[in-house]
Design a binder for this molecule. Sequence first.
Ligand code: DWN
Ligand code: ZN
Length: 408
Amino acid sequence: MTTPTACRMCRGTVIEVLDLGPQPSANAFLAPGSADLEMVYRLAAGICESCTLLQLIDDTPPDLRYSDTYRYEASGSAGARRHFAQVAERLLATELTGADPFIVEIGCNDGVLLDHFARAGVRHLGVEPSKGVAELAMAKGVNVTTEFFGTSTAVDIRERFGRADVVFGANTICSITDIADLMRGVDTLLSDDGVFVFEEPYADTIVRKRAFDQIYDEHVFYFSVRSVQEMAHRFGFELVDAEQIQQHGGEIRYTLARPGTRTLSPMVGMLLFREAEAGLADPVALRAWAADVQNTRTRLVALLENIRAEGHRVVGYGAPAKATTMTNFCGIGPDLLPFICDSTPGKQGRLTPGSHIPVRPRDAFAGDYPQYALLFAWNHAAEIMAKEQEFSEQGGKWIVYVPGVRVI
Ligand code: DWN
Ligand code: ZN
């Protein structure tokens, strides 16, 4: 498992540390009967020897990942709606206080964040390549340009609207394969004292919390404070803040600014220290993690097989992108998991990518409780368990697998 490959940021050598096997694109939910059209690639991650950026070994074409029929709707959980309301409130109070402020969001999805600026009458623009979710945002009154973000998009936006006080991204910056083009775009668009703020999956959560199901084609990069600091320097910025946030099991919100324009937060140094202690950039430590990942698979499959042998039923709860990684890595198909319930209308009636498990509305779960529910949307556990209290009261058990397999 040591295929050397070139780092997408610094051209250094990437050492492979984890192989999750052949996988389809994570959000390519299938219409029944169309399974033979599936694209499959090898899902493996490696660490750059030079800049420490954890990244995919192979990637999939962006227009395949973010097509017009992209299924994920960011407004789909109360937790996400609450989170982005708070982000908007804070940006309005801190960064967008000038005479006519302007915010650009890279990958605005269904407008869960920008909706707040639209309603506050603040100039904003979402750059969203997936037409389906972009239309949901537009229906809320959000301004959207339906394209990928890069240097040429940034030049165009700057010409039409001027420079931005804030460039924002949530779970989207890690999906932009061409980092140099992204950063030149941000440089073009951002005002002299503006900030580039992005919230992304955290390598530490993926490694130490064993949240390896965050690894899939949409996430090309698994940032750490150290690798983002390197990215900032490389492209003429400074990492001025790194905040731990609770989204998706624990992410970091990075703030980049032009050098010398902002006070440095002590959190940056603190997290750098903790990352070094955790061995986040150490291929040996990462291989030990990869061995643990294999154990999780063995334990989860054994548990599901035992449940089946006992004649009990288990269904999946939530069909996030993470479920694609998990079901394909573990070889979980409809024989072990007859269906997964999910609240997203666009996923219902379809089959999960690769594993071909039918996705059904929540009623299919609540109408006939199984003995066990496998919680793929574990990052929304509190919200889901509160909603499904009756399942637990009737003796139903949840199976979770992050940070390890357990039944609760
Ligand atoms: O990074 C990304 C994040 C922000 O969103 C993207 N690359 C893709 C996507 O990842 P995900 O699919 O893993 O996100 P979620 O938010 O974990 O997805 C939760 C899934 O669970 C959704 O399909 C909705 C579903 N759900 C449900 O059925 N009932 C969620 C809740 C809260 C519920 O009560
Ligand atoms: Zn590198």
